[in-house]
Design a protein around this ligand. Sequence first.
Ligand code: XIL
Length: 333
Amino acid sequence: QTDIPSVRDVVREFPVGAAITGAETVTQHGELLAKHFGSVTPGNALKWDATEPSEGNFSYAQADPLMSFAKAHGLAVRGHTLVWHNQTPAWVFTGADGQPMTATAEDKALLLERLETHIRNVAAHYGTDIGVWDVVNEVIDENQTDGLRRSSWYTVAGLDYIRTAFRVAREVAPHAKLFINDYNTNVPAKRDKLYALVAQLLSEGVPIDGVGHQMHINVQWPTVTETKAMLDKFASLNIEQQITEMDVSIYTGNGESFPAPPADRLLQQAYVYRDMFALFRQYPGEITSVTLWGLADDNTWLDTFPVTRKDAPLLFDTRLQAKPAYWGVVDPT
Ligand code: XIL
C-alpha cells in the first residue's frame, strides 16, 4: 500500500521503530520498515550468542546487514542487548576449572572481565551508529525482597554486574544513551522494584540515561490508567523513557486459540494502540522513542511464546496490509 500515510509522518513526537529479525530487510518487510518507521531494533542479532558465540570470537555477521540497511534509509538503531540471562552462551558462566561458576571471588572477577571485554568489543564495533543501548535486560524479579533476578549474573557477581555494564558502556560509547530495559513495568510491584533500583544506582553515580518499558501487552491488559501511572512514576527520576518492544496480543489468556484473528479482537486492539499512542504522545521529550516488537503478523515472537498458536499483535497483517491497529495509530478519531 503506497497510498497510506507513513506512521513516521503522523507521529512526530518521537521516532517510532520496529524490531526486525534475519532477512526481513531484503524482503517486502524492508520497504515497510523504510516507509513507516524512523528507528529499528535488531531482534536477535546483537544478543550475546550472536555477537560472541565463543570466548573472544566476535561475530557481526547477523547484525551488520541490518546496520547497513538502517544507514541507507536513515533509521536510528536501538542496540539490544548487552547483558541478559537468555541467549547467552554457557561458556560465559563457566569457570576456569570448567565448572559452572559460583559466588567465589575468582569466578566473579572472571565474569566481570568477560562482561567488560564483551561490551568493549561490541559497543566499539558499532561506535556512533548505535545511539541507544539496552545495557541490561530483565534484571528485576519482584518476588525477591531486593527485587533482583537470581540469574547467573546475579548469583556470581551480585549487583556489580549491572554497575560494571553501565560504567564500561559509558566509557566505550560516551555518545550513546544507556537504558535499563524490562517487561511488566506497569505492574506496581515490579515497577516499584525497578524504580528503587534505578534510583539507587543513579545516587551512586551509575550512568543510566533511561528506562525501557517492553510493553508486551494484550487487548485487555493493562489499562491506560495503569500505564500512565508507570510513566508518571519514572518521570520523577528525570531520565528518558522509551517503549522498546510493544506488541498487543489478541489473546487474553493462555487457554485461548483462534484459527484466524476475530474481527472484534482486531477492533479492540486498534483501540489499545490508539489509546496507548495518545498517552505516549503526552510525554514529548520524556518518551524518546516507541518501538514495536516486529513489523507484520507473519513474523512475531508470540507465535512461539508462550504456546504455539497464531497471534496477530502488530500494525500490519500476515500479507503486510494495514490493520485496524495501524489506523488506530495513524487516524485516532
Ligand atoms: C525474542 C525474539 O523476538 C525471539 O526471536 C527470540 O527467539 C527470543 O527473544 N524480551 C526481550 C526480547 O527483551 O529480546 C525477546 O525477543 C522478547 C522478550
